[in-house]
Design a protein around this ligand. Structure first.
Ligand SMILES: N[C@@H](CCC(=O)N[C@@H](CS)C(=O)NCC(=O)O)C(=O)O
Length: 212
């Protein structure tokens, strides 16, 4: 019997959830090995051998160790059977890759750290939200929503005719930002994204990977 792939990380992490969504959507059985990088003394020393930058996730499949979510998800899509998550059409694939870059470079920092963490997560643990940080993040997040909506256009999925890595990358980010009223307000400005989220958020993979 082949070994189950192992995913190292915590279920609250956006990036760990992206890989979990990919694994679930492809129907792959995997083991989630808990690693908490936010504990007081930092990432466990043996984890740094897997991921020298101390970020989650890391991944292992039959002796092959890998980190960086973009590399992991493309590897999983290439190596395992199941639905293909990278478009074969070169232009749709380029749009998919463009959306992954938008997610990494602009949406994740603005929507998760700038809005969700400040507006929802900090107050929940008794800390005061940094309103200036929220205002600055909102400017960037609005650009992200506009860009994502523009790329999607009238297609059913973010990168075209089929669900792709782009949808799975942006789902955990949207799930967090939509917990803030500012996130809900931004979504209402984009009818195509509202309809996409209504379809995406009820998928069994999204329910199965909810942070605990
Ligand atoms: N470039 C990394 C980013 C992963 C990442 O930033 N993960 C977050 C959790 S969602 C993390 O480990 N943050 C810890 C830190 O910033 O120290 C990837 O694609 O895997």
């Amino acid at each position: 019997m082949t070994e189950k792939p192992r995913l190292f990380g915590a279920d609250y992490s956006v990036y760990v959830r992206i890989v979990r969504l990919v694994l679930v959507e492809k129907g792959i059985d995997y083991e989630l090995v808990p690693v908490d990088i936010f504990r007081g003394d930092g990432p466990p020393a043996d984890y740094l051998e897997r991921q020298p930058f101390g970020r989650i996730p890391a991944f292992e499949h039959e002796g092959f160790s890998l980190y960086e979510t973009g590399a992991i998800t493309r590897y999983v899509d290439d190596v395992f059977e199941g639905r293909k998550l990278q478009p074969s059409d070169p232009r749709e694939r380029a749009r998919c890759n463009q959306l992954l870059s938008i997610a990494d470079n602009y949406a994740y920092p603005a929507m998760v750290w700038g809005i969700y963490v400040e507006r929802v997560s900090k107050p929940a643990r008794g800390d005061v939200a940094d309103e200036a940080a929220i205002s600055a993040a909102l400017l960037k997040a609005r650009i992200c929503m506009g860009a994502i909506s523009g790329i999607m256009g009238t297609a059913p999925w973010l990168a075209g005719e089929a669900m792709s890595l782009a949808d799975l990358y942006l789902t955990p980010i949207f799930d967090y930002v939509l917990k803030a009223p500012e996130g809900q307000e931004m979504l209402r400005q984009h009818e195509n994204l509202e309809a996409w989220w209504a379809r995406m958020s009820v998928r069994p993979s999204v329910k199965e990977t909810q942070p605990s």
